[in-house]
Design a protein around this ligand. Structure first.
Ligand code: ATP
Length: 294
């Protein structure tokens, strides 16, 4: 499976949500990482043919997805950020309802639903009403509905948002399992989620892919180094203005700062290995005082 984006652009009045985006994806897990308003949802909705690009094309195995129409939607699964569920439906009723909307044969749908409920770890809750479900349980049912047609392309908008740490780990494991033999694209604000399960990370900013690669590759390519230094409390403000600071910790001898900088930021600063969180800060963080922040 191959998805190719050719100069894809989408504007909303005076906002360019996605701008001349070109990229190629194949089977594997892609993580779209970006701050609010970066254009992630707009891009995902275009991949799912819910909105049409103003310019450019999205090609699936060489064919324009809009021209493929139903043939494309048959191989697509989508979990939107807010998916509409029916509180009084049981998990099974809900999935059956979605299967009928998707025009699946009822006998085939029942069999598939049973398999999927096992796969997402919800088999024993199949007769329970969804209104009693936790965020993680609802999300697992949401993934099951996206997987009903065994899609070759699975698009998940913020699948781990609002989940507690246990639920996030379960969901990450589930996504790794589902990612065999298909193209999975998920968006998130949560750095560890992409670090653990994703093969390729796309850093999206202002409607463009600013950088992409494996976590190790992005860490390696970061132009700034990461430093730890301990400074008197009175100097913290000055460092915050001058540098991107990943962390501030009160230490017995002053305040310990984790600083991103191309050169030594303070006498005695110690260089430490960078993490993906540092890369995120490098791309999306601001020095205090920039853009009117303090
Ligand atoms: N229907 C719309 N009408 C007008 N502007 C929109 C619309 N949808 C999105 N936008 C704008 O387009 C830009 C990209 O939004 P989008 O929702 O795609 O970003 P995002 O990365 O998914 O953000 P978030 O993480 O907050 O969901 C933002 O500036 C947003 O305000």
């Amino acid at each position: 499976m191959e998805l190719v984006f050719e100069n894809v652009t989408k504007r909303y009045k005076d906002v360019t949500a996605v701008e001349r985006l070109s990229y190629r994806m194949e089977n594997g897990v892609y993580g779209l990482l970006g701050s609010n308003g970066a254009g992630k949802t707009t891009l995902m909705r275009m991949i799912c043919t819910l909105i049409r690009p103003d310019e450019g094309r999205i090609l699936c195995n060489g064919k324009d997805v809009w021209q493929m129409d139903k043939a494309y939607r048959r191989i697509l699964g989508y979990l939107p950020q807010e998916f509409g569920f029916y509180p009084d439906f049981t998990a099974e009723e809900y999935l059956l309802y979605i299967a009928l909307i998707k025009d699946m044969h009822p006998a085939l749908a029942r069999k598939r639903i049973r398999e999927l409920l096992c796969q997402v770890g919800m088999e024993r809750y199949r007769k329970k009403k969804m209104k009693g479900f936790s965020g993680g349980m609802k999300r697992r049912i949401g993934i099951a509905q996206a997987m009903l047609n065994n899609p070759k392309i699975l698009v998940l908008d913020e699948p781990t948002a609002g989940l507690d740490p246990n639920e996030r780990i379960r969901l990450r494991n589930l996504l790794s399992e589902l990612s065999r033999d298909r193209l999975v694209l998920l968006s998130t604000h949560i750095v560890p989620d992409v670090e653990y399960i994703v093969n390729e990370i796309l850093l999206m900013k202002d409607g463009r892919i600013e950088d992409a690669g494996t976590a190790a590759g992005l860490i390696e390519a970061m132009p700034e180094q990461v430093w730890l230094c301990t400074v008197p409390e009175t100097q913290v403000e000055g460092y915050l203005r001058k540098y991107r600071v990943a962390n501030i910790r009160t230490a017995p001898e002053g305040t310990e700062l984790r600083i991103l900088s191309a050169e030594l930021p303070a006498q005695g600063a110690k260089q430490v290995p960078a993490t993906l969180e540092d890369v995120f800060l490098y791309h999306y963080g601001e020095r205090s005082g920039e853009n009117g922040t303090f």
